[in-house]
Write a protein that binds this ligand. Sequence first.
Ligand code: ADP
Ligand code: MG
Length: 680
Amino acid sequence: MRENPFDKPLRFLKGVGEKRAQLFAKLGLATVRDLLTHFPRDYEDRTAVRTIARLVPGEAACVVAMVAEPPRHVRVRAGLDYVRTRVVDGQRALSLVFFNAPYVKDALREGETYVFFGKIEEGRREMQNPVFEPIGRAGQVTGRILPVYPLCAGLSRGQVLSAVRQALDEVREHWTETLPDGLRARYGLCYIRYAYENIHFPASPEDRDTARSRLVFEELLTLSLGLRRLKQQVARAVGAVVPPVDIEKFYAAIPFAPTAAQRRVVGEVLADMAAGRPMSRLVQGDVGSGKTLVAAVCAAVAVKNGYQAALMAPTELLAEQHHRTWRPLLAPLGVETLLLTGRLTPAQKRDIRRILRSELPVFVIGTHALLSEGVDFGRLGLVIADEQHRFGVAQRSRLTEKGDAPHLLVMSATPIPRTLALIIYGDLHISVLDEKPPGRRKVDTFAVGESVRPRIENFVRRLVAEGRQVYVVCPFVEESGGAEGPRAAEAYAETLRRQVYPALRVGLVHGKMPPARREAAMRAFVEGALDILVATTVIEVGVDVPNAALMVVENAERFGLSQLHQLRGRVGRGQHKSYCVLFSRAFTEATRARLAVMTETDDGFVIAERDLAMRGPGDFFGHRQHGLPNLRVADLAVDMTALSMAAEAAGQLLEEDAALSQCPALREAVDRLLAGQVAV
Ligand code: ADP
Ligand code: MG
């Protein structure tokens, strides 16, 4: 059989090899197919061509010019040298300077003409480090729209670009159209090969849009088909029947009275669980609305009825936290609560796995590892996913395939507009926790500029002296070269440690740290071994450190309001008066108005609405904190229309051909989605 060129491992591409293939692997890219779906996150337009006389300072453009003098190489000191030359285009001359690029001296020949792409600075007729190519071979790196890819350390833009170019060439003759002709015609979608060529290397912005439309449609169609299949699987299955119980004795075991909203939602869940069909329910509730109580009570009811219940937290730390809180509360009811995390010894893990394999009714708390291979449940009746944004379509599918089709409860802190939730979670019912427990003290929130920084720094020292702890959150800053976040956060933590708070214990967590180090830093903060925790938004989910009384957010203007709200939800969880300080350097009217919302209300739903109204949906959904599928090309806010079209198309396709036997490629894509081989 001939090999499928889409499955070719990247190490076999020219110029890639073993070593570089490992770097690609860090980006989650192993095969040609993976690389082709590594879509640009942006584009750089290098099509503008100007004469030297017409160059506009600060605006990058191409100039066609002849090298007018032999390039000179000048060494300034170790680590700094440059090549300088002068070019002319018939009217004007322009100096070029290339720092730390000695090879340019031989690459540029006097008397030859090149296309240079770069920009000049205000007041200087000089171009620094332009990209160039000989006029006869122009069109590779100048004069066109070039993709900008997500990168990782060690992998340059040029390397990714040339690998993608090669991947496209490899498969050029091997594309098979995935979408039926009728459907493409009806929705005006281009061919697959055209789409992939032009999403990576578009000849014009219009071509890119045409390509994108098709890929977006295809992605959303696959998602819709997958959701429908999921729904059918659930409808066919028989769920555990958990008969109604006297719920008051469960509430009596908890040290506070449940809110009316908590009672209502628990009632909705129990009604589902009594019905004999596997439940799929989404509970939406603002930070601090008490979702965990709903989870624990429902789990306890399942266990008392002889079933096993599992609660999946997004991190080990959260799992431990839930276990610590609920084990003693549920024990008097005769409900045993176990913890399964990666931190247990092999012997402990083995023990717990043995219990789960038996039919012993227990409540087990852990991470996603709970659903991994090697963990079998003898009588699983209920699965609860806390903070559902880590719980995608594939996991939902795997769950329904587990022998006994357990009930599923998904909990989320982010208000997703109902219409959107209905399409994306067409297979889920929705409950809303729209009330907060009584006695919550408002977190005093201030939006401030640089002038008050010294006062805030003193305030931090005073709070720490009183025994409190402080979060300092930095945005995910993109740096040149494509590396994201970590360096900025690391450098900032270093500055705070050395210069600002030398007497305090400053720790750091960010998303690009190895999970073990990240958990260790979080744990140190939880245990009080750190005074200040510098963090990116990784801390936004669920952590409960009641002693933390102040949240400082740097560059607050870069965050969505809903995200700021999640972050603020990390403080004010104990008996201490708590504060949130939003720093902003760019204090424009718009920023002021936006941040003012944070100082005025602490209602997450109101904030989400205002956020949408002020920033437009694109920004709101741009953040990965909403529980929506993690799509590759589509953006659910912008592509809402495409989403309803795709949902409609999915319905039609299945009506004509329920097994998708006419479109095998599409069926395979759905299989891959449900098997978890593609992100969503
Ligand atoms: P969420 O997960 O919805 O953000 P949690 O479940 O972590 O919120 O609850 C936040 C805090 O409120 C916890 O400390 C919890 O013990 C407390 N809590 C929950 N329900 C109530 C209630 N009905 N009355 C008083 N406190 C409550
Ligand atoms: Mg929670």
